[in-house]
Design a protein around this ligand. Structure first.
Ligand code: FPP
Length: 241
């Protein structure tokens, strides 16, 4: 079976899932965060090499402070509770996004977790936090311009690989390219997530909301991926006369 090397997931529908059950939105986030553990484990089992989870977008800063606080608290709780297990599973952690916008206590836990897992060689788990592709591309353009002004680069030296290296996913190299892009909750949007990296991703949109997402859903999406013919703009396996 053709296993996607890099899977990206928009964990959507926490709020709607909770509302449908007459519960506050944050209940959906609590249940949603509890889904991360089994999905990470399943990604490793399936042989996926990188898993990027969209946990907080640049646009999510517009949510009420009370909801934002819960999301950050859940992230910290997850990392503190699961760090040993992630280490046992040989998972490596990386954060992509505007890390400097995060509160000190969140950054502290993220630093602890990334350092602890730094030498692992298994699944590359990426948390997209205060992440937006437009910010990422703007930031890359700004840093490239600064390097040009400082004489470290020239406009002519810019190509796709060089631009790749300026993105927050730069250190992932070839693995930064998303193969499979999953979004839960029935919405069919990209929402400013990995626009550059997902240029040739296969998209799978699932009706289940994130708090209902189980390992079997990831496996089904991977099966669906393996049935797709990826032509990357070429002619694929079809022979034309
Ligand atoms: C989208 O649902 C989900 C988010 C904005 C946050 C995702 C965060 C988590 C699952 C918890 C974070 C914890 C860890 C461990 C990564 P929504 O609130 O936009 O749902 P709606 O579209 O139904 O309102």
């Amino acid at each position: 079976m053709d296993i996607p090397k890099h899977v990206a997931i928009v964990m959507d529908g926490n709020g709607r899932w909770a509302k449908r059950r007459g519960r506050p939105r944050i209940f959906g986030h609590v249940r949603g965060s509890a889904r991360v553990r089994s999905v990470v484990k399943e990604a490793s089992r399936l042989g996926i090499q990188a898993l990027t989870l969209y946990a907080f977008s640049t646009e999510n800063w517009n949510r009420p402070e009370s909801e934002r606080k819960v999301l950050w608290k859940l992230l910290r709780k997850y990392l503190l509770r699961d760090i040993d297990e992630l280490h046992r599973q040989n998972v490596k952690l990386r954060v992509i996004g505007q890390v400097d916008r995060l509160d000190h206590d969140v950054r502290e836990v993220l630093t602890m977790a990334t350092e602890r897992l730094a030498h692992n060689t298994g699944l590359q788990l990426n948390f997209a936090l205060s992440y937006g592709s437009r910010s990422e591309l703007t930031d890359a353009a700004r840093r490239f311009a600064v390097d040009c002004l400082a004489g470290r680069a020239t406009p002519d030296s810019l190509n796709e690989n060089v631009l790749d290296s300026y993105l927050w996913t730069g250190e992932l190299g070839e693995l930064s390219k998303v193969d499979l892009f999953i979004r839960t909750s029935g919405e069919q949007r990209v929402s400013n997530f990995l626009l550059w990296q997902a240029a040739y991703a296969e998209f799978v949109f699932l009706e289940v909301c994130w708090p209902e997402f189980e390992p079997k859903h990831l496996e089904a999406a991977v099966n669906e991926f393996s049935l797709r013919e990826r032509r990357f703009g070429g002619l694929g396996k079809v022979t034309h006369v």
